[in-house]
Design a protein around this ligand. Structure first.
Ligand code: DGJ
Length: 723
């Protein structure tokens, strides 16, 4: 709901109100929190100051007046000055309408549009606020129009600013590196600023754009619909306020805005909740309902078999077909041919860019795909179109396609260079090359990889400070065209694992490979962190070989499967090497997953325990309405003599009575009791016996798990009669 009431702008979702007030051409956040039943008395919240120490909570901040904190934007005028004074000129409820090449949330038509002008320069700042009623999320889109006669330079232009009263907040970020992405880090804000940012050209494995501010009784989550360099600043001030700014990282950014031009910032998402859990639940709803789009939105995702860890580059047609056959036998639905099928790609030193069939290996890609389909599997393919190998036909023909700075030796990562996607000609090449691959093998699925960071940013037709953003706009333009041309293809984004897990990519690609690290213990932490902002339906989670290729640790097949049930199931190993016993266990796992797939992928996800800050961890996924749930609980350390762990669940319907079943290591489901949802949430289940399932002598660095299924208990007639 959106309402203008005098000089108050009221935005409402199912549980949250945001009230913005206009005071003499200025605006303030009057309130952002739990929904008001009635809006009388808003004047009681007014803060009447305008000095730095008592100014109200502002929607944006500019340099040149009396605000000496981090500004949300900075404009450099032709004469070198940067002072501005933007004043509110209009406030209207209008139709959402953007034509700027950026990915945007969908599903709400109306927004509040606030327009501010800086009279001397004729710059117009537009902020639009869109409430997403069913997800309790508020999106902010900012743009700047140059109505003057001369160009100006944007040295910084953030997407959103949120200000709240109080300085006693914790700031939570999700950080890591390759193989340990999105690990939760929470620290108390201290005096000054805290920055979370990426400098890699992508949203990065180092610092995800999703952040939270929280304290007892309130939490705010902020994310960006963007895949490039981002920055989130949390700043406390002398006057008891906290400011949070999120947007494109101003590092190496400066954008020339010519007369008559508009710059659009990526959209930001603001979510309020009483707890971090509320924020997470609301983010999930928002992503499932307003970010992931197209045919695969809200649709159950296929169980896949991927050959990467099974073969790496060493495969031929027979090997692939043998793995696929085993996959079909155990009930998988999709086979994904990973890296190594093109050019002369026998190692990571060559052929990126040569997106044509390596027939000696594949026996003909189209024929191989047909043979795989004949097994009853759909066919998917791996590509890494943003990269180029110097040892490739493409590079020999078009060295100009590579991202390089003239007269400098480029930096190689994984032996590869990047392609210059800021150039429309190169965008055209990527679109055509990927279209051809999809058409040739009639792919139902594409894994779009990205295995390095950006370093040699340069394009002769692009201003240096615009490069990073222009690259991302180029990428989005290619993805837009490809997803329009192939609306049925399921795209999965990947970046050396999860180095580009963000809402921008999810607008085009409904799922993301969460991490190259598939070690069950590490995955609990990675998936738990990722799932703060991103639902299970977006997280690729595979069962791989043991010992694990990344960590060397081993865990039983059943443990690996249970942890992979935190996301979109796949198998990533050489299935031909599995024993008959292992294959029948996998068959059982896949049948179990299919049976419970809807709730596993789309149920409401809650974190259990403490993701290994302490004793135990896990998750529960509860179907809408609460009739069914699946939960996995994990204990990382066996403490001799301490077996009295008890798991308490979340989200089960308090009034529903559940039949509780435990999945045994053999895959057999054992009904253990009938219990009320309220009791299970508050009291929980004793984890007696959790250590007996995994023999620590047979595995290294074991993880102890239990898997539960809760189903609404309906007494059948026979049972009633017997009583
Ligand atoms: C990195 C990905 O994360 C892996 O899954 C695999 O596709 C390799 N790249 C292939 O080079």
């Amino acid at each position: 709901m959106l309402k203008i009431k005098g000089n108050y702008f009221i935005l409402e979702t199912e549980h949250v109100s945001m009230v913005v007030r206009a005071v003499e051409e200025r605006t303030e956040y009057l309130y952002f929190g739990e929904k008001f039943a009635d809006y009388s008395g808003l004047e009681l919240m007014h803060a009447e100051g305008n000095a730095p120490w008592n100014a109200p909570l502002s929607l944006f901040s500019q340099w040149g007046k009396t605000d000496f904190r981090e500004p949300s934007f900075l404009v450099r005028f032709a004469d070198g000055s940067c002072a501005c004074d933007f004043r509110l000129k209009s406030a209207k409820i209008v139709k959402r309408d953007f034509a700027d090449g950026l990915p945007r949330p969908y599903g709400e038509e109306k927004c509040l549009r606030l327009e501010f002008t800086d009279a001397p320069s004729k710059l117009k700042l537009t902020l639009t606020y869109t409430p997403y009623a069913d997800s309790d999320a508020f999106c902010v889109a900012a743009s700047l129009f140059n109505g003057g006669k001369k160009s100006v330079v944007l040295e910084n232009f953030a997407s959103a600013q949120l200000e709240v009263w109080g300085r006693d907040f914790d700031f939570t970020t999700f950080d890591g590196t390759w193989a340990c992405e999105r690990t939760k880090h929470k620290r108390a804000l201290a005096y000054g600023k805290f920055e979370n940012a990426s400098y890699t050209g992508s949203s990065s494995a180092f610092h995800n754009p999703f952040v939270m501010l929280s304290r007892e009784g309130e939490a705010y989550g902020v994310n960006l619909v963007y895949s490039g360099n981002h920055r989130e600043i949390a700043e406390t001030d002398d006057s008891g306020r906290t400011r949070l700014i999120a947007g494109i990282n101003p590092f190496c950014f400066n954008w020339e805005l010519g007369a008559g031009e508009t710059f659009y910032a990526p959209e930001a998402v603001l979510v309020y909740g009483k707890t971090e859990e509320d924020v997470s639940v609301r983010m999930h709803r928002f992503v499932n309902r307003h970010i992931v789009r197209g045919k695969w939105s809200k649709k159950e995702r296929p169980i896949l078999v991927n050959n990467w860890e099974g073969t790496y580059f060493d495969f031929n047609e027979k090997k692939i077909l043998d793995i696929a056959k085993k996959g079909a036998e155990v009930g998988a639905e999709l086979f994904v041919l990973d890296d190594g099928w093109f050019g002369k790609r026998d190692s990571d030193t060559c052929s990126l860019g040569d997106w044509f069939d390596y027939t000696e290996k594949t026996g003909g890609l189209d024929k191989l795909a047909d043979k795989i389909r004949a097994l009853g599997l759909s066919f998917g393919i791996w590509v890494e179109p943003e990269m180029i190998s110097e040892d490739s036909e493409l590079y020999r023909k078009h060295p100009d396609y590579a991202m390089k700075v003239p007269r400098r030796e480029p930096t190689r990562m994984r032996n590869q260079l990047m392609i210059n996607l800021a150039d429309p000609q190169v965008q055209g090449f990527v679109f055509r090359a990927v279209s051809k691959v999809i058409t040739q093998c009639r792919a139902a699925y594409v894994k779009w990889d990205y295995n390095r960071h950006m370093t040699d940013c340069f394009d002769k037709n692009t201003r240096g400070g615009e490069y990073y953003h222009r690259y991302i706009l180029g990428l989005y333009s290619v993805l837009q065209k490809l997803t329009e041309r192939f609306p049925n293809v399921l795209f999965e984004s990947c970046a050396s694992g999860g180095a580009r897990f963000d809402l921008g990519m999810l607008c085009y690609m409904p799922q993301t490979w969460t991490s190259d690290n598939t070690d069950a213990r590490d995955r609990i932490t990675i998936q738990s962190g990722t799932a703060y902002a991103y639902p299970q339906s977006t997280m690729g989670a595979h069962v791989s070989a043991s010992p694990n290729h990344q960590t060397g640790n081993s865990n039983p097949l059943e443990t690996r499967f249970r942890v992979a049930c935190g996301g979109l199931l796949g198998y990533e190993s050489d299935l031909t090497k599995c024993s008959g016993e292992e294959l029948s266990a996998i068959k059982n796992q896949i049948a179990f997953y299919k049976k419970h797939r809807a709730v596993i992928q789309y149920g409401q996800y809650y974190r259990l325990g403490d993701s290994f800050g302490g004793d135990w961890s896990g998750f529960i996924s509860v179907a809408e309405g609460g009739a069914k749930a699946v939960s996995v609980v994990a204990v990382p350390v066996k403490r001799t003599g301490a077996s009295n762990y008890r798991a308490r669940f979340k989200g089960l319907d308090a009034k529903t009575v559940y039949r509780v079943s435990l999945r045994e290591p053999s895959g057999i489901m054992k009904e253990i009791c009938v219990a009320g949802g309220d009791l299970l949430n508050k009291g929980g289940v004793n984890l007696d016996g959790i250590f007996s399932e995994t023999n620590p002598r047979e595995v290294s660095y074991p993880l102890y798990t239990r898997m539960f299924v809760f189903e609404k208990f309906v007494k059948d007639k026979a049972e009633k009669k017997a009583k």
